[in-house]
Structures are given as C-alpha cells and as structure tokens.
Write a protein that binds this ligand. Structure first.
Ligand code: NI
Length: 167
C-alpha cells in the first residue's frame, strides 16, 4: 500500500471524468488500498480516484466516528439512481485544504455500484454518508465543491486556493 499525492484545486486533472472500470482486478484492488490509506492518512471521510490523478470511476468513503471501528465503503462505477429532498451542510474537500463551505445537496440519495469484490450493490443514504456519496460522485464527473457556490463565494475560494499554493 502507498500514500498517494492528493491533487489540489485548481489542478486541471481534477476536471477529468472517471472512466468506467471494466474489471475489478488486482490493479484496481491495489488502487483501492492506496486510496483508503491516503484518505485515512489525510485524514478525510472520502476520496475519489480523480483526486489522485487516476481517471477511473471509483471512490472510497468512511464516515464512521473516531471512536467507532472504521467502515470502509468502496464504490466502483457508481450511478445515482434517485435523489430526494434538499439539505444544506458544511463540506470540506481534500482537494481544497483549509476550506469549508455550505453546499446544498439532495437530502437522500440512492446509488448503485460495484463493491471491492466486484459485486453490485445498492444503498440509500442520508446524513453525512448521503452528502459524501454526492460529493465523491461529483468528483468522478469532474465537478468540484466550488461549482456549487455562488459567484462571489466561488471567487473567494478560488483566490484562497491560489494563495495557499504560494505559501
Ligand atoms: Ni472532495
């Protein structure tokens, strides 16, 4: 396993789409292990493959509380099949270090994906898990947290990000 470098906004590779994974083989399982290790080391609650420069359709999430045992969730080729309601919460992103902003999302989401074993599953989630799924799914479309903000906030976050990389 290896800790990979997380790309920071405005790295153009964050705008790449995650291409479908044809077979869940050893190479993909190694990538999953690297992503999990990278996410836990950060630390973060989610990481998409595009955030480490791998343009494939895969993300990992673990929203377990610190005092709970870790619960790694793997989503390969995820598809959001339904969304319900609206809810607003403060989000951060490992590609936007030090920044957190209110983002509006669906309150509940149903997603279909393949797990680490290559088998399909479906899950309906709300709360932090629901938000994390939508956030990571966005990454695989080349869409970032900043795209959900209004014009002024977007400009502020953009400037903060440029300044951060000069420090
Ligand atoms: Ni993110």
């Amino acid at each position: 396993m290896a800790i990979r470098t997380i790309l920071h906004y405005p790295d153009p590779r964050l705008r790449e789409k995650g291409l479908p994974i044809e077979s869940v083989d050893e190479r993909i399982r190694t990538l999953i292990d690297d992503m999990a290790e990278t996410m836990y080391a950060a630390p973060g609650v989610g990481l998409a493959a595009t955030q480490i420069g791998e343009a494939v359709s895969l993300f990992v999430i673990d929203v377990a509380d610190e005092e709970e045992p870790s619960e790694l969730r793997v989503f390969i080729n995820p598809e959001i099949v339904s969304k319900q309601g609206k809810s607003c919460s403060r989000e951060g992103c490992l590609s936007f270090p030090g920044i957190s902003e209110e983002v509006e999302r669906a309150a509940q989401v149903t997603v279909r994906a393949l797990g680490r074993d290559g088998k399909p599953f479906e899950i309906t989630a709300d709360g932090l898990l629901g938000v994390a799924i939508q956030h990571e799914y966005d990454h695989l479309q080349g869409k970032l947290m900043i795209d959900h903000l209004g014009v002024i906030k977007r400009r502020i976050v953009h400037r903060q990000s440029l300044k951060r990389d000069l420090e």
